[in-house]
Design a protein around this ligand. Sequence first.
Ligand code: ARG
Length: 571
Amino acid sequence: GSDFEHNKLDIFRNIVSHEIAKLSEKSPEEVYNLLETPKNSEHGDIAIAIPRLRIKGNPAEIAQSWVEKFVPNEYVISATAIGHFLNFKISHPLLAKILLQHIYDAKEKYGSNNSASGKTALIEFSSPNIAKPFHAGHLRSTIIGNFMGNVLEANGWKTIRMNYLGDWGKQYGLLAIGFEKYGSEEELLKDPIKHLYEVYVKINKDVETDKDVDDKARAYFKNMEEGDQTAIALWDKFRNLSIKKYKETYARLNINFDVYSGESQVSNKSMLDALALLKEKNLTQESQGAIIVDLKKYKLDVAVLQKTDGTTLYITRDVGAAIERYEKYKFDAMYYVVASQQDLHLKQLFKILELMGFDWVDRCKHINFGMVQGMSTRKGTAVFLDDILEQTKEVMHEVMKQNEKKYEQIEDPDMVADVIGMSAVMIQDMSAKRIRNYTFNWTRMFSFEGDTGPYIQYAHARLCSIQRNCGLSINPDAKIELLSEKPALELIDMISQYPDVVKSALYTLEPCTIVTYAMKLSHTVSVALETLWVMGAEREIAEARLLMYWASRITLGNSLKLLGLKPLERM
Ligand code: ARG
């Protein structure tokens, strides 16, 4: 069942290894590791360079003599010598048969592997700031971070998905003061995120004209950090209400966090311990009453870890948080999914941890990404995740209504509009390398043609409709060897690449690895559908095609799910 876990050619490679082992008197394991894929596929599917076997004699002559001794079998149909290479061709119909049977057994597991065997990864992503807009950077972090979690899981990792809220710092002292002045208990309960934002905007206006407010905020935050009970209680309330609301919104995106952490959750003790350790290692300096770490010799500027009034900063909390996380989770990897504007911040963080002597810093990685231009709602500039989702749905609804006849047939247009809309936003976001900036394009991303989310969803829905309407059921023993047309062979080959693509995404750490694959697969599907019909074909052919389309649907569905999208059955 799991022959495709490592490579689609595994069974065939095993057989070739045994053949060569017999001829060379080496062990099959040794030979297996030397096998290659010929650069030119016309030469064969599996090859070995004779010199790599380190045996006596002329490599080209050895290759030639082994070709003569080789007896073709059901799996490996021929051997040829080209220079010092020995090349083998495998039976492609048999490969297709094994592949489809494997997919039939694996279903939604097709493409996953267990190679990490239970290692733990912590992925920190989304991490919006309470009382401030959930901006495009947070949306990207949410989309990419969730994808990262899915890819790690598909490769056998255990994951901990963490939301590290921006909920601490002087500005939250300001928010508390603002709430005394402008806050309403009722509004807070209705929509905490919006209300706190409104309060925050008002009090920030006051600061501009009244210097007093700023001093008060500073003092309030100092109280918060010193553990003042009333201040903390109010703070907990803001935070819990906000988290409750965030959870609802994330649920719409099918995103779940294992942990809601945040800057406010980092203990004073771990920050003080960290400062003490830095001091002990002679890494800190005092500058006008503040404590700094000079990182200029690493070209990383200076990091301020404590202000003159004794309060902490963003980076201090990150140092404390990283140490606490390692102690708690003993992670094998930790990913920070954060915009590239914070490249310097994360480099400073990793450097400080390294200087402190934490060797696990090697397990930490910054997953950075570029900016999005032009993402704002139709009405204003402040953007909340909720508004983006609502607006996306509205626009998608309008697009769908343009095809009136089809629209009337859809059972739950609201849900469909929501899913296609999200697919549009998310695929647009994940189509290029993370680091590239892009412009949010409300028209292009909703198009049903080209490199868009709706295009992929449409291919999936078409495959579902074939299965629904053809009047046949899936037969895993269908005679797949009957499919010899070029579009069929190309489609089967495309499907067979999926497990390798899932693995390579773990190395590229790029969502576009999967998006590009899903696009190509959708395209190959639509080419095949032009000529290779299920309905109207002779029974055996129809069954074989249906099995092929069904396997394509599973594979496309699995890649959509990996990207964090719900595959649509009708649209
Ligand atoms: N809340 C931060 C922001 O909105 C992002 C947090 C990034 N993660 C971290 N560990 N510093 O900019």
